[in-house]
Design a protein around this ligand. Structure first.
Ligand SMILES: Cc1cc2nc3c(=O)[nH]c(=O)nc-3n(C[C@H](O)[C@H](O)[C@H](O)COP(=O)(O)OP(=O)(O)OC[C@H]3O[C@@H](n4cnc5c(N)ncnc54)[C@H](O)[C@@H]3O)c2cc1C
Length: 418
């Protein structure tokens, strides 16, 4: 293969923004999936409010007609700095002059990897469809058997809060009336947080308002309660055992294991400790961005794992490459923090925008507007807006189809090989 200019690993918020900003370079974008996934709305796919196609956009559609970007659907297994190549799972190595590493992170189980099979996390479209499947099947089973239904969500950050709120709403208002023998009082949703409050990145007053809103929706919040064990029939928090097979994991992240092959210092979460220009120590033409990077903010603490951080870093690195700025003339990356939003449920959210902090309907409207604005593709924006309006008026989630994935994969396994 001929020597290429820029290779980008990962087409998430960071890698995609970099590729779109590198108009004049020869770019190879490698991603193990064929689509960009809008992770902030994954929980809506997991709770059957949106369909997978509403929040994912194929790379080949994004880069249609843009000849400077070549898309490869492949898994990168190793980066060879000495030979300036990335090694792939199937194809031969891809050479690079400049490399942007943006493979993001995956949920982490604090050393208890076995918990994953009982408490799946939410990071990809596949995860979301898997969770949706489990949730819908749990409702079907509870209806059939007539037994109570408990969902336990581990982690009180934005994802845990969003999942708890959406489940409470769907369970109590939308799915309930469709399952006549299911007593709604039998539905329990428990949100478990190891720290002293939910949404710890927000101010204490907004955390308290989010907690109040969730409790009014029927969610039980357990604070200061780290999970000590997860089994097939439930989880242990402190001395209490919560019996449930519906456990969702929304706590802890670990950066991609691929980063180990760069052989540079990393932090406890596996993120590469990048230099102020986001390059790695000793190699000014390899950059690490987004959730994979440990980039110190103004107070010395690492910047949060947020989409705007990854996007701004993608744009910053693309500019350095486009203008060919040498290392000694590069200005450090500076994150422009425009605030944080988290939704709790229908018509309820919290917003922290600098000195302005508010909760409720207007925060939710802002949350809707921001998410529609950042979705990729006009079609997706219109479809998501229509789905939300429909749900707002009718309380009927639109994507409640069970594919029966487990059965499908059994059938696929049983198919004779030619
Ligand atoms: C459920 C959820 C909700 C979130 N909500 C919000 C929110 O409301 N607001 C907000 O700002 N942020 C939110 N985030 C965080 C935000 O999505 C991330 O910070 C952001 O996606 C990081 O971008 P990235 O480019 O670093 O990685 P990602 O967007 O994760 O992209 C990584 C890409 O790399 C690919 N990849 C990984 N490994 C390989 C490999 N070995 N070979 C090839 N390809 C590979 C993946 O397929 C993926 O496409 C949320 C995240 C999740 C999971």
């Amino acid at each position: 293969m001929a020597r290429t200019g820029v290779v980008i690993i990962g087409g998430g918020f960071g890698g995609l923004t970099a590729a779109l900003s590198l108009r004049d370079a020869d770019v190879v974008l490698i991603d193990r999936t064929n689509h960009h996934c809008f992770q902030p709305l994954l929980y809506q796919v997991a709770t059957a409010a949106l369909s997978p196609g509403d929040i994912a956009w194929p790379f080949r559609a994004i880069f249609r007609g843009q000849r400077h970007v070549r898309v490869m659907m492949e898994e990168v297994v190793r980066i060879d700095r000495a030979r300036r190549e990335v090694h792939l799972h199937h194809d031969g190595p891809v050479p690079f002059d400049t490399l942007i590493v943006a493979p993001g992170s995956r949920h982490a189980y604090f050393g208890h990897d076995a918990w994953e099979s009982y408490a799946p996390g939410l990071k990809t479209i596949t995860d979301a469809v898997h969770l949706r499947e489990r949730m819908l099947l749990a409702f079907e089973e509870a209806e059939r058997e007539g037994h109570p239904l408990t969902f336990a969500i581990v982690g009180g950050g934005p994802t845990g809060v969003e999942l708890a709120g959406a489940l409470a709403e769907i369970g109590r208002r939308a799915l309930g009336p469709d399952f006549p023998s299911l007593r709604l009082d039998d539905l329990a949703i428990v949100l478990i947080e190891a720290g002293p409050r939910i949404l710890p990145a927000f101010s204490p007053d907004l955390s308290a308002r989010a907690a109040g809103a969730l409790q009014r929706m029927g969610v039980t919040i357990k604070l200061d309660t780290p999970v000590t064990d997860i089994r097939s029939d439930g989880l242990t928090i402190g001395t209490e055992f919560v019996r449930t097979t519906n456990i969702l994991w929304a706590a802890g992240n670990r950066a991609s294991p691929l980063l180990a092959s760069l052989d540079v210092p990393r932090d406890q979460s596996g993120r590469v400790k990048v230099l102020p220009d986001l390059s790695i120590p000793g190699d000014p033409h390899i950059f690490v961005i987004g959730d994979a990077a440990h980039c110190a903010g103004p107070e010395g603490t690492p910047l949060p794992a947020l989409a705007p951080v990854a996007m701004q870093q993608g744009r910053y690195v693309a500019r350095l490459i486009r203008l060919g700025i040498p290392p000694e003339k590069r200005r450090p990356f500076a994150y422009a923090d425009r605030g944080m939003l988290s939704t709790i449920g229908r018509a309820q959210a919290v917003a922290q925008l600098g000195r302005f902090r508010f909760a409720g309907f207007f925060a939710w409207l802002l949350w809707c507007g921001v998410h529609i604005f950042f979705l990729i593709g006009f079609r997706n924006r219109v479809r998501v807006m229509l789905e939300w309006m429909w749900y707002y008026v009718t309380f009927k989630p639109g994507a409640r189809v069970i594919y029966n994935l487990a059965q499908l994969s059994d059938t696929a396994r049983a198919r004779p090989q030619r």
